[in-house]
Write a protein that binds this ligand. Structure first.
Ligand SMILES: [Zn+2]
Length: 246
């Protein structure tokens, strides 16, 4: 059963790659800009229609079909990462609905990391639908799989993580409201596995961010005014703990 589940998860990870690329391309923009449809170099229309109007050549090569300049990650990078993460989750996480919820968070996480790393923002166009889908999957999992205490843990974990991050955002310039919403999403899935997992996942994210800052200070590349993207550290911290806790 596990081999079948892992094979399906890896296949899904490979197949969703082009959609993740589209979401990254459309949303890797300054705050307030409408979703991107055109090549930033030659202005040719790259996305046909809607946020998921994927065009094959762009999806596969990461290059504009007209001017051939890079508009996304090199071939296979996104696909291999998403297949690897989903495969690892499938090895560790049960039941299936919870695995599906974590898979959705992981796929959205890849998109959010790519966007946050370059634009320092976490767009609602990605966060909002992910929150809704994950919430629905966990509620159904709690009912169908008779896991009321895990469901209560998830809901209170999401609320607690959102509240904690919001308080921090009020007193810390480096934290944005997008980080608070991502914290709510990660709090939901971490909370399913208990308060220890929630505390460990959140703490590990901060530790990784602190280590990154320390590394920049030691190598002389740190400037006091710089704002580092938090999403990569929050997600790596949470998923490391999720893989252990599950
Ligand atoms: Zn172009």
């Amino acid at each position: 059963m596990t081999i079948v589940t892992v094979t399906v998860a890896v296949t899904v990870g490979l197949l969703v790659g082009p959609w993740l690329r589209t979401a990254i391309f459309a949303n890797r923009l300054p705050r307030g800009d409408p979703a991107r449809r055109h090549c930033p170099h030659c202005s040719r229309l790259v996305l046909a229609s809607g946020d998921l109007g994927i065009v094959g050549p762009v999806a596969l090569s990461g290059r504009c079909p007209s001017c051939r300049r890079r508009v996304g990650a090199p071939p296979a990078v996104i696909e291999v990462v998403s297949a690897g993460v989903l495969g690892l989750l499938a090895l560790r996480v049960h039941p299936l609905l919870v695995l599906a919820a974590l898979g959705v968070v992981a796929a959205a996480g890849i998109v959010l990391v790519a966007i946050d790393a370059t634009t320092r923002r976490l767009p609602d166009a990605v966060l909002a639908p992910t929150l809704v889908v994950v919430l629905v999957l966990l509620v159904v999992a709690g009912i169908v799989d008779h896991r009321p205490s895990e469901l209560v843990g998830a809901l209170s974990g999401g609320a607690a993580a959102f509240a904690g991050y919001s308080l921090l955002a009020l007193v810390t310039a480096g934290l944005g409201f997008g980080d608070c919403k991502l914290a709510a999403l990660l709090g939901l899935v971490l909370g399913w596995f208990g308060w220890e997992a929630l505390a460990a996942g959140v703490t590990l994210g901060f530790v990784l961010a602190a280590l990154y800052l320390l590394g920049r200070m030691i190598t002389g590349r740190f400037s006091p005014s710089e704002q580092i993207p938090l999403a990569p550290f929050m997600l790596v911290g949470a998923f490391t703990v999720l893989l252990v806790a599950a």
